[in-house]
Design a protein around this ligand. Sequence first.
Ligand code: CMP
Length: 140
Amino acid sequence: AIERTLSIIKPDAVAKNVIGQIYSRFETAGLKIVAARMVQLSRAEAEGFYAVHSARPFFNDLVTFMISGPVMVSALEGDNAVLAHRDLMGATDPKKAEKGTIRADFADSIDANAVHGSDAVEAAAIEIAYFFPALSVYSR
Ligand code: CMP
């Protein structure tokens, strides 16, 4: 089914100047960028985005990292987009990520892991709405 998913290129990957290389992987895999913006998140915005993780021991480090520089936030659309995007990213911990995945190629640690992607269609709808008003998502 055609789905949408939220992608965040994190501060480490933005700093490495690999937004284009990551976008190219999305497009090559048949995912269309249907919304995009670069944003320097405030602490409150990052905490709100990651609210599901607020009780986890890594929450504070995660939020501090996510506000350390601008991120590139995109909505992607395509067949089976949530899983397709997760496959492109690879495992959360880059040490465990398969060769050829974004995290294996561009990430340094489980915190500085280059990209975020929605883990389910329901989460994707919430995450896309967090960053983009419906009228700013250009299905095509
Ligand atoms: P992300 O997909 O953005 O979702 C939450 C983030 O928390 C995750 O990627 C990692 O960067 C970070 N994180 C740090 N430690 C852990 C952990 N032990 N398990 C899961 N995520 C972690």
